[in-house]
Design a protein. Structure first.
Length: 247
């Protein structure tokens, strides 16, 4: 399964909300980043086939990209969800698939108004990325995976945004982080969401429920309840400042 020097894990990232601190949406003043980590063997043998079966069952093909926003708004291929019976069955199948799929979530949620008052020089994406990569480092270190090539897959957003993210990623893994350690083997890869990556779609499905769990903790959140046990929590982590949350 692994190439020469490759690690056993693969990580997929997605975010919920934008990272602007100058224009904050009062209805969702949150930035959430989720890294979903899978062992490659389990991902190939169990996770991908499970989600492919759902696509064939409801759409007749596997070209549909599971996108949380389109599912929630029932647009595009997800117009079928305007039928209450189909919507109930589909959402239940997705929930079961998420719960049954073995993976770990490394996440950070930022309440942007609180962060703004702290006068941070970094944007929420950079802060979240650093926290999540540090969590992933600790997870991989405990499994003797440090030094092996490990890919972190991010969605393409545009040439300038991707270049900025790659620069920030490389700074963090080169030692500019809160634990003061290099993260050898960490590699970044950008992928268009239209490539229909199951891992990217799972990350997309998890980011908003995680964000809502911090922004509106009293609100019913079945999706978060299903994935909460998958969230990685390290006993050594301490919140660096007001506004930054690890669920």
């Amino acid at each position: 399964m692994n190439g020469l020097g490759d690690g056993r894990y693969i990580f997929y990232a997605d975010e919920s909300g934008d990272h602007s601190l100058t224009s904050i949406d009062a209805t969702y003043p949150v930035f959430a980043l989720a890294l979903c980590g899978f062992t490659k063997t389990t991902y190939c043998s169990r996770v991908v086939p499970r989600f492919q079966r759902i696509k064939f069952q409801y759409f007749g093909h596997d070209a549909t990209v599971l996108h949380e926003r389109e599912i929630r708004k029932q647009i595009g291929d997800f117009r079928i969800l305007t039928n209450a019976r189909i919507r109930f069955a589909f959402m239940n199948d997705i929930a079961v698939a998420l719960e049954a799929s073995p993976f770990k979530i490394f996440s950070t949620v930022i309440l942007k108004a609180d962060l703004r008052y702290e006068l941070f020089l970094e944007n929420p994406y950079a802060i979240s990325l650093r926290v999540c990569l540090q969590q992933a480092y600790r997870f991989l270190s405990a499994r003797n995976e440090i030094g092996k090539r490990t890919f972190f897959v991010f969605e393409k957003r545009g040439p300038r945004e991707d270049a900025e993210l790659e620069l920030e990623f490389r700074r963090i893994v080169d030692g500019d982080n809160d634990i003061g350690l290099h993260m050898p083997g960490f590699q970044i890869h950008f992928s268009d969401k239209r490539t229909n990556s199951t891992g990217m779609q799972i990350a997309d499905l998890t980011a908003r429920p995680i964000g809502l769990s911090v922004f509106r903790p009293e609100q019913p959140n079945r999706a978060f309840e299903l994935i909460s046990k998958k969230i990685y929590r390290h006993r050594k982590f301490s919140r660096p400042s007001r506004g930054i949350h690890v669920p």
